[in-house]
Design a binder for this molecule. Structure first.
Ligand code: TXE
Length: 490
């Protein structure tokens, strides 16, 4: 952290909070450095938001609810979101460049994220006035209506791996439902969210409908989770921080959706179409450098084809290149030094445990020395009980484990504390349905793997992966509650 603005940073790279429509520095004037993961160089500064800033943002949100934002009809809210969708789409290249620099993801992935963000706003914007309640048959002398209403002020704590997409799925839904929002982006990737929030003002969102406070999780994030003026929280991140957020929310008796990552398996049966499966199996762990909550980080392969599949995956891994995000590598750097060290520590531990790295990719020779690069690694066979099979690495590390039959495949696939997504590869339609319906995962893919994909598809987990659902219509309902009105007329 630093409170000096130095000449090494372009003036348009010094960012403030957005509170009640005003660009404001942190209440104590402190800022945080933003480093590029590609080379470790300082290139921007953000406000180190304080509890006071969070309080001001929550008050601004409440004022918006009681004022211009709260007066809008669902159709008007939807139109604003659709307008914002168009602006995001028109600025997709600019947003992608900013995201790629801030987060280190390859440009093509960053562009896909910007397009997905536009689509979230379109999806939720067009759904805003289709979210209606119910009429309940009751006594003949009474009319009962159940109205869908927003929670009020919603807090959104966003991680750094897919800032635009996660902002889109939670804030887009919350705004469509009529909530006023306060967003705390991750300290390592706040810039696109700030840019899109500025666009929302241009699109005509009333002041205070969308507030952004940047800064440290343990300061600004903790203040948002514990604020008594917040009516509902959405959190995506680590299980440990999720526990802290839910504990804070419990003290205020408000609800939370938690999306806490996973250890997702891809189950490959011996009748699978391997030509179709192989590129997907590799991409599911390489996309975003493995820093994807639903990354397919475990391969479960039926014994009879284990060596063949391991050999083919190993061959692909040898061709993978981690490199500068602007040069369209297979994967960019890790988000920061801590994440890079975490992944390398897992690999070191695996070596010490005697596990075999069957194949590794490379870090490109021209990757800048100060960047946080990790060469992708594929390990096999890895026992189901080992930490690499049980814990989320959040990096380009894939493990393979053999299984004998359907029952064992299901036991292994379900055999971690997580339950976010699973892939099943088989040509047997009966088996795909049978196995698919036995899996304890929020999403099950058969002969494909969306890595959390699909704006329209409900997404969320079981167990340590969290609870509540985002994305799709389910995600819109999550940001509402009900009011039942009972009218006696006879
Ligand atoms: O997560 P944190 P980190 C997993 C992944 C990764 C690990 C650590 O395994 O290696 O978590 O990443 C805010 N109160 N995932 O340390 O701390 C923080 O500012 C309130 C999986 O980055 O959970 C950021 O905005 N908020 C994952 C957000 O929480 C707090 C995505 C996430 O940070 C806070 C990211 C606090 N006390 C990491 N402390 C996924 N599910 O996709 C931090 N934050």
């Amino acid at each position: 952290m630093n409170d000096q603005v130095t000449s090494t940073i372009a003036p348009d790279m010094v960012h403030t909070n957005l509170i009640g429509g005003r660009n404001l520095p942190a209440s104590d004037g402190m800022t945080m450095d933003v480093l590029s993961p590609a080379d470790g160089a300082l290139f921007a500064r953000i406000a180190a938001g304080t509890a006071e800033d969070v309080d001001a943002a929550v008050r601004a949100a409440r004022a918006a609810l009681d004022g211009a934002w709260g007066r809008l009809t669902a159709t008007e809210r939807g139109r604003l979101l659709m307008r914002l969708a168009g602006m995001v789409e028109a600025h997709a290249d600019e947003l992608a460049t900013l995201e790629s620099r801030d987060n280190g993801k390859p440009l093509r992935q960053a562009r896909a994220d910007a397009v997905a963000l536009a689509r979230y706003f379109e999806f939720y914007g067009s759904a805003a006035d289709k979210l209606h309640g119910d009429v309940i048959p009751y006594l003949n002398t009474h009319f009962v209506g159940v109205e869908r209403v927003p929670h009020g002020v919603t807090g959104h704590i966003v991680p750094w791996n897919y800032p635009m997409q996660i902002f889109g799925r939670s804030v887009g839904a919350a705004l469509a439902a009529g909530n006023a929002t306060v967003v705390k982006p991750a300290e390592d990737a706040s810039l696109t969210i700030l840019r899109v929030a500025a666009m929302a003002r241009e699109a005509g969102f009333p002041d205070g409908a969308l507030n952004v406070v940047t800064g440290l999780g343990r300061v600004a994030g903790a203040a948002l989770s514990a604020h008594p003026g917040v009516d509902f929280l959405s959190f995506t991140g680590s299980p440990e921080t999720g526990t802290a957020v839910q504990t804070a929310a419990a003290k205020n008796h408000v609800g939370v959706t938690l999306e806490l990552g996973g250890k997702s398996a891809q189950v490959v049966f011996d009748d699978a179409d391997l030509d179709k499966a192989l590129p997907v199996l590799v991409n599911a762990i390489i996309q975003n450098g493995g820093q994807t909550c639903s990354a397919g980080s475990r391969l479960l392969i039926q014994r009879g084809i284990f060596d063949e599949v391991v050999g083919a995956v190993a061959e692909r891994f040898r061709t993978l290149r981690a490199g500068h995000p602007a040069r369209e590598p297979d994967l960019g750097p890790m988000i920061n030094g801590a994440q890079q060290r975490r992944v390398l520590a897992y690999l070191e531990r695996a070596r010490n445990e005697g596990l075999t790295i069957v194949s590794e990719g490379v870090v490109a020779l021209d990757a800048p020395a100060g960047g946080y690069y990790v060469a992708p690694a594929f390990l096999a066979p890895v026992p189901h009980e080992s930490s690499l099979s049980q814990e989320e690495v959040f990096g380009p590390v894939l493990v393979a484990t053999p299984f004998e039959d359907e029952a064992e495949a299901i036991r292994l696939a379900n055999g971690t504390p997580y339950g976010l997504a699973t892939g099943v590869w088989t040509r047997d339609a009966m088996r795909s349905t049978r196995v698919g319906r036995s899996l304890r995962a929020g999403q099950v893919y058969v002969n494909c793997y969306g890595a959390g994909g699909g704006i329209e598809l409900p997404f969320g987990g079981f167990g340590r992966s969290g609870h509540g659902r985002e994305k799709g219509f389910e995600g819109l309902i999550e940001f509402t509650t009900t009011r039942t009105i009972v009218i006696a007329h006879g």
